[in-house]
Design a protein around this ligand. Sequence first.
Ligand code: GLN
Length: 499
Amino acid sequence: MALILYLQPHKRITLKEYLTLAEIQEDLRGGDLTCVKLVSHYLQNIESNQHLNAFVEVYADEAREAAIAVDEKITNGTAGRLAGLVIGLKDVLSHKGHGLQAGSQILKNYQAPFNATAVQRLLDEDAIVIGRQNCDEFAMGSSNENSSFGPVLNAADPTKVPGGSSGGSAVAVQAGLCHASLGSDTGGSVRQPAAFCGVIGVKPSYGRISRYGLIAYASSFDCIGPITKSVADAALLIEIMAGADNFDSTVSVNEVPAYSRNLEWSGKARIGYIRESVESEAIAPDIRQQTSDLLNRLRAEGHEVTPVEIPLVDSLLPTYYILTTAEASSNLSRFDGVRYGHRSAEASDLESLYKKTRTEAFGNEVRRRILLGTFVLSANYYDAYYTKAQRVRRLVQEETSRFFEQFDFLISPVTPTTAFTIGEKTEDPLQMYLADIFTVQANVVGNPAVAVPNGSDENGMPIGIQIMAPYFGELKMLAFAQYLTELNRKSAAILNTNH
Ligand code: GLN
């Protein structure tokens, strides 16, 4: 996508790398840094990294104007809690008056008529939105290769995928094109790209954050989640976005704890880890190694670390794909060319309008899933697939609840491999679906899970570790994630001094 030159070369701004918003805000208070400088810095980075294809659209002028306004508020002492945060939004989140396409041509020229609740809450605290980010079409994919805007490249190695479906959002944080991103996670779409790009991604509990204004893929699975460089920022963003909302009846009215102020972990955790994740040949050797090294560090710190079997693990992906495609086939029926988005020019009657519009504008993966979903919901097969998958979902939920009676956290790698080569899995959907083997459980049961960086493989590609917690157990989960990143930092420091 062609972008205009934002800056004159002589105005080049170099800022230090900020891990947390708190550090940014400290410098903003100090007076050396301004939001205007921050925005220019990110625009400059976006400009010089266009080849990554992380953004579908950049709001340069608007972000600059917003920066001036927030700088003024800072001077007046009226700035919100997110002053200084420059954020990008996955192209599935409604942002009033801005393009919204879910990476698809079927929503060509569509503009969001209102703000998603999550987006509104960030804006209310003075976050600055810098653009909308590339993703797999309708959030269906694990590699960002299903976007009608073309693939996103992994900044650690541009021949590799960034993961998906929030690929643009993960790369934008990885490559410093914005400070944080908002993605959506239906089966791993925040955590898996975060792991492939070496950043942090959180899927909160189902119902923690309102889905109002999020384009639906599979409504009983979809969650909005942040992608950041620090656990502290993820905690703050969730805290601000979460909580009751009159526009989404599935969102919980449970009080939102102050996650960001309770990140100190103390005590010993009871940790279960999936035995296969450190033993199975199907997991990349470097990932097994890094995972078991981390488990050993946790043991050495006095935590109880126990291997567990998840008996229903083989049923997770089939259950996920039956239920999500069923829900998607229903959710996506609204895109018919009648009211908005693409409309076929070839149609001669209503039926051909539907058929031609949808055939022309949906990509292959979306079509595959609509067909699959329609099939599993069809009268003759409904009980054999849909009803059965619902039952299995319940069993997995019960099994997971039993697990969390004995353990505080379930730990596993985020993915069985590191980022793969672009094109490597596009012909084999089943191989592609396997990329989600560790992430889908949290969505099938609704529990929260976080992906945290855990070293890299021999080629320097990032590896992630996942912590899953009990339903609505974000508070402890985030504190433990914070603790774990510190533990990893310490051990990396020791390794460096030994070499
Ligand atoms: N990769 C998974 C899928 O293709 C998850 C997608 C998501 O979480 N949105 O369905």
